[in-house]
Structures are given as C-alpha cells and as structure tokens.
Write a protein that binds this ligand. Structure first.
Ligand SMILES: Cc1cc2nc3c(=O)[nH]c(=O)nc-3n(C[C@H](O)[C@H](O)[C@H](O)COP(=O)(O)OP(=O)(O)OC[C@H]3O[C@@H](n4cnc5c(N)ncnc54)[C@H](O)[C@@H]3O)c2cc1C
Length: 396
C-alpha cells in the first residue's frame, strides 16, 4: 500500500515540508511507495514580510511573489484553486474535502494554513481601514497615503495579539520616521504614535532596544491599549479599558484568526487557534489527540510566536518528524521555540545609512543585547532574494 502525506497550505511552512520530504524520499516516490500532496487555494506564493517594505519602495511585487509551481519539488503532487481550497478537515476519518468536492485521504497530515485578518472584530475599523497586513494592493494604498503625509498625527495601531510578526508594525514605524525625517524632511510637522495592546514589546532585550529607539526618534508609544472600536467620523480610537486616542491618519494592524473552515471543522481551541504539543507540534485539541497530524506556522497555538522564522524552524522539525514516522524509527525531534524578529531602524537615504538587525531567540535562550547596523541592513535587504531558493526550498 502506498503511504500518503498530505500538506494543507503551500505558504512558507507547507512548502518547506513538501520540499524536504521530496528530497528525502525521492527513491520511495520513484518506486510509487509514497505520495506527497500539497493543497492551496491559490497558485501564487506571496512573501508577506515584503508588505512592510512596499510603502517605501524597497521591493517590487516581482520580488515578493513567485508561482508555487516554481517553488515546490516536481516530485510533489500539487493542487491549487478549486481542487486545492480546503473546505473541511475530518481527522477521525483521515479525510480532507476541497471546494470542488474532491476528497483526499492521508496517512500523515501537516496543517499549515496560516491565518487571516478579522477586521469585523473591531467595530468601526472597516470604516477607516488602512493596513499593510493584508495584501499588496493594501500595502500600495499605504504607500500613497504615506507619500501624501504633510502634517498631523499618524497613529499606527496594533489591535490585539496574536498577529503574525508582531515586530513588523514596530519596524514600519521606524521606517516611517526615517522616511519623513530624511527623505521627505517633514518629520517636525508630524506626530508619530504607536499604539500597542499590551505592556511589553517582545522579550526584555527587544523591548529595551525598541523603547530606547522610540525615545531617540521622538515616537510616542501608548501601551496597554487593546483596541475596542474606531469612530471614523471623530477619528478616535477607544480601548477595551475605555481610554481614547485621536488621529489624523490611522494605519492599523487588525486582529487575526484561523481560517474559518478550521473553526467550522471543530479543530480550534477556545482561543481560536489550532492546539498542538509545543515540542512535537502534533495536534492535541478538541477533535482529539492525533500523532499523525502536525500543526505548524501561523495557524499554531496562540502562545507560539507567529513569525516566518518560527514557521521555518517548525517546518524543519515537522519534516524530520514525518521522516522518522515514515521510517518508523520512533525518534521525535523537538521544536525548541526558535523564532525571531528582524528589525530596521533607519532607511538608506542621502543623509543616513540603512540600519538593521535580525534578533533571534528560542526557549531558554532569550535575545542577547543588540543594536542595528549597516551590515544588518544589507543582510535584511538581501534576504528577500535568497528567501525563495534557500528558505522556502528547505535548504537549511
Ligand atoms: C505584514 C507582515 C510582515 C511580516 N514580516 C515578517 C518578518 O519580517 N519576519 C518574519 O519572520 N515573519 C514576518 N511575517 C510573518 C510571516 O509572513 C508568517 O509568519 C509566515 O508567512 C507564516 O507561514 P505559514 O506557512 O504559517 O502561513 P502562510 O505563509 O500565510 O501560508 C498559509 C497558506 O495556506 C493557504 N490557505 C489558507 N486557507 C486555505 C484553504 N482553505 N485551503 C487551502 N489553502 C489555504 C494560504 O493561501 C497560504 O498559501 C510578516 C507577516 C506580515 C503579514
């Protein structure tokens, strides 16, 4: 009997798993002993991290998108569109149904379906929604708004946690400061405010570094402001504690949630995310405990940080565990909480060098003290190009 691996979602995490398994099992696949299938609702992979940079003209749509067919090994069966858009997952019967009503069975399942914004969770937010968190079109809308800033109070509001890459709004704020200061030279006319839903911004060393940068750059930071509602007419934000803030231009990071069909399939927990063992990443939740089902990337438990770096390391751990499961050697290797937050504090401009750093940490190894550097800026700029051939293809 042919063994079947099914991967749901061909974004960052799902693609890495597909590519690592295809390399390891090239002989089994050639002998028709193993089949690896990956499903996605679209055929285009978008590196969402690039959305933060589009408003400042640092990458183009061509830089941050690639057809999935070019990223996934030809040894993997791919189904995109109607035959790839998952509508129901039945863990008990090991069956997945897609929009075209086609059914897929499996022996091993990896769920890597990411997450989506939930704008309706904040009353009034859709009346004044400017965000770089959703799509390239929305990021270009932010570019046009940013280009037209002349004066006033710009508020960057992170509604709630968890969101993918919580560092991205911080980095966006620093880039906006740098853009207004060194490129448009109107920073003195603009008040910049970052509104944050909790007290700390990342782990202690991260929080310490960004807090110092905010002070240096004269960026106001309002913490403990979980967003409750937006009044677009009054241009006013209200927090769940009843505090209010006014703005001239609002740039928001909406709440996020799991894809609705996973909620409807009864797989999510009370926090709305897919629960899993924090180490093995095997599904442990309301639908039961399943050793043959792995959960990885942004869809995972609420308390595992949702970053591309984390998705990458989770994909490496899940790939190795699937390899072990298929060989039947009983070995489990852990996901050790490897994650990180790339930071930019200065854009390259006629009067400044770009400055960046990629802070990383894992369970029991917090980030060390750091600062941003010119080399960090070059590396970060370069990363977006090597992402496709090194990271997504699971080469490390
Ligand atoms: C603005 C922004 C900036 C970011 N910046 C950074 C950064 O600087 N560094 C960093 O490490 N991370 C960053 N991230 C986070 C990073 O992009 C995510 O953590 C990463 O993409 C998660 O990978 P994933 O595979 O879990 O999800 P995705 O890459 O989102 O993949 C999920 C896939 O599932 C598919 N899917 C969803 N529903 C269905 C369905 N019903 N049927 C079939 N397929 C479906 C989607 O089409 C998608 O292809 C950023 C994110 C954003 C939004």
């Amino acid at each position: 009997m042919k063994e079947k691996v099914l991967i749901l979602g061909a974004g960052y995490a799902g693609s890495v798993v597909a590519n690592v398994l295809a390399r390891e099992f090239r002989n089994k696949i050639a002998r028709d002993e193993l089949e690896i299938t990956i499903l996605d609702k679209t055929d285009l992979n978008i590196n969402q991290g690039g959305f933060t940079f589009l408003p400042f003209g640092l990458y183009t749509p061509e830089d941050i998108t690639k057809p999935r067919k070019k990223l996934i090994s030809p040894r993997v069966k791919t189904f995109f569109g109607m035959d790839g858009e998952v509508t129901a997952v039945d863990l008990k019967n090991k069956e997945v149904i897609v929009k075209s009503n086609k059914k897929y069975s499996y022996d091993h399942l990896a769920i890597a379906m990411g997450c989506i914004t939930d704008v309706s969770a904040v009353p009034g937010l859709s009346d004044d929604l400017n965000t770089f968190y959703t799509s390239m079109d929305d990021a270009f809308k932010i570019r046009d708004l940013v280009e037209n800033i002349k004066e006033g109070k710009v508020v960057i509001s992170v509604a709630s946690m968890p969101v993918p890459c919580p560092g991205a709004p911080v980095k966006f704020t620093f880039m906006l400061d740098s853009y207004l200061r060194n490129i448009k030279k109107i920073r003195d006319n603009v008040q910049l405010t970052l509104v944050w839903p909790m007290e700390p911004i990342g782990p202690p060393e991260f929080n310490k570094f960004v807090t110092g940068q905010f002070a240096q750059k004269n960026v106001e930071v309002i913490r403990n402001f979980p967003l409750a509602s937006v009044d677009a007419n009054k241009k006013e934000l209200t927090s769940k504690n009843g505090d209010t803030i006014n703005y001239d231009l609002l740039i928001a990071v909406p709440p996020h949630k799991a894809p609705q069909m996973l909620i409807d399939s009864g797989l999510t927990d009370e926090k709305g995310w897919l629960p899993a063992d924090r180490t093995t990443l095997q599904y442990r939740g309301p639908a039961g405990n399943y050793d043959n089902v792995y959960v990885l990337g942004d869809i995972g438990p609420a308390d595992i940080l949702k970053t591309g770096i984390g998705a990458h390391y989770q994909a490496i751990a899940v790939s190795q565990n699937l390899i072990n499961d298929i060989y039947g050697n009983g070995i489990k290797i852990p996901y050790s909480g490897e994650t990180g937050c790339p930071m930019i504090t200065e854009l390259e401009s006629p009067s400044t060098h770009g400055k960046g750093y990629i802070a990383t940490w894992k369970n029991n190894v917090p980030p060390a003290p750091f600062t941003t550097t010119k080399m960090g800026w070059f590396f970060y700029r370069m990363y977006y190009h090597i992402h496709w051939d090194i990271s997504v293809k699971g080469m490390f």
